[in-house]
Design a binder for this molecule. Structure first.
Ligand code: GLN
Length: 269
């Protein structure tokens, strides 16, 4: 009898627990709908944002604890907060995995120094541009034959997979292009002498040269300007996109955007 009582008690407890879980989900859902009806800017739970964290100073691991920091991270945190999200979660993945993750619903948005391009615009929506960028080439310091992009014909070029730098390299006649998972890896291969040049984003290579890269690398030729970074969002999440644009405008108007910009791009950096 005692055993039966125990089992019955256990089943009872399980039923109570299950109904609590169900009630929890239910009340959470209703709660969300109610707040949404009252005010669209009211507290939302979580904004999940994808990035590829080897792109300093936009997104990269902090030397101390490996936490992802950078201009993009500060910007999206400020945007998410303005939009009323309680929590902003950063998810790391390969650069070429970001757009598929947006479209499968794994992430709500991506901020990754991602250039707004016509090809990408077919797959996702972009926020208003938040940073003007461009492309640049670097070679080893001791290289005295490559002086411009034109000199890269037939050379070995390292790039990051799925980026505008990779597309640019593919256009160069006879170039042997090697795709790496990150720009950092492409730079290491330049140091090792396995590639003659790296093509990547202007602000990222400039930061790299300032930080440590100038010990073995130098910039060549004129940068190719005219690129703009945008935050990518799924085509069917118009509300998220509108919220991002509205928050970004407010941050620009209030001077908060400028503060974040200065933190990462001041002369002393
Ligand atoms: N801006 C480049 C692009 O969009 C590179 C971005 C990156 O490597 N994170 O392709």
């Amino acid at each position: 009898m005692g055993k039966w009582k125990k089992t019955a008690g256990l089943i009872g407890a399980m039923l109570v627990a299950a109904s609590m879980v169900m009630a929890g989900c239910g009340s959470k859902d209703t709660g969300k709908k109610e707040t949404a009806a009252k005010s669209p800017a009211a507290a939302k739970e979580e904004l999940i944002v994808g990035t590829e964290p080897s792109f300093a100073p936009f997104e990269f691991p902090d030397g101390k604890d490996g936490k992802i920091i950078g201009f993009d991270i500060d910007l999206i945190n400020a945007i998410g907060k303005k939009m009323g999200y309680k929590k902003i979660t950063i998810k790391s993945m390969g650069f070429d995995a970001l757009i598929p993750a947006i479209n499968s619903g794994n992430i709500d948005a991506a901020i990754a120094g991602m250039s707004i391009t016509d090809a990408r615009k077919k797959q996702v929506n972009f926020s208003d541009p938040y940073y003007d960028s461009g492309l640049m080439a670097i070679v080893r310091k001791d290289n005295d034959t490559i002086h411009s992009l034109a000199d890269l014909k037939g050379k070995k070029i390292g790039v990051q997979l799925g980026t505008t730098g990779a597309m640019e390299a593919e256009k160069i006649e006879g170039a042997k292009v090697t795709n790496f998972d990150t720009s950092d890896l492409a730079c290491i291969e330049l140091q090792n002498g396995n590639v003659d040049a790296v093509i990547s984003d202007l602000p990222v290579l400039q930061y790299f040269l300032k930080q440590k890269g100038s010990s073995y690398a130098k910039a060549v030729g004129e940068p190719k300007k005219g690129d703009h970074y945008g935050i990518a969002v799924a085509k069917d999440k118009k509300d998220v996109l509108d919220g991002i644009n509205k928050a970004m405008k407010e941050l620009k108007d209030s001077g908060e955007y400028q503060k974040i910009y200065d933190k990462w791009f001041s002369e002393s950096k």
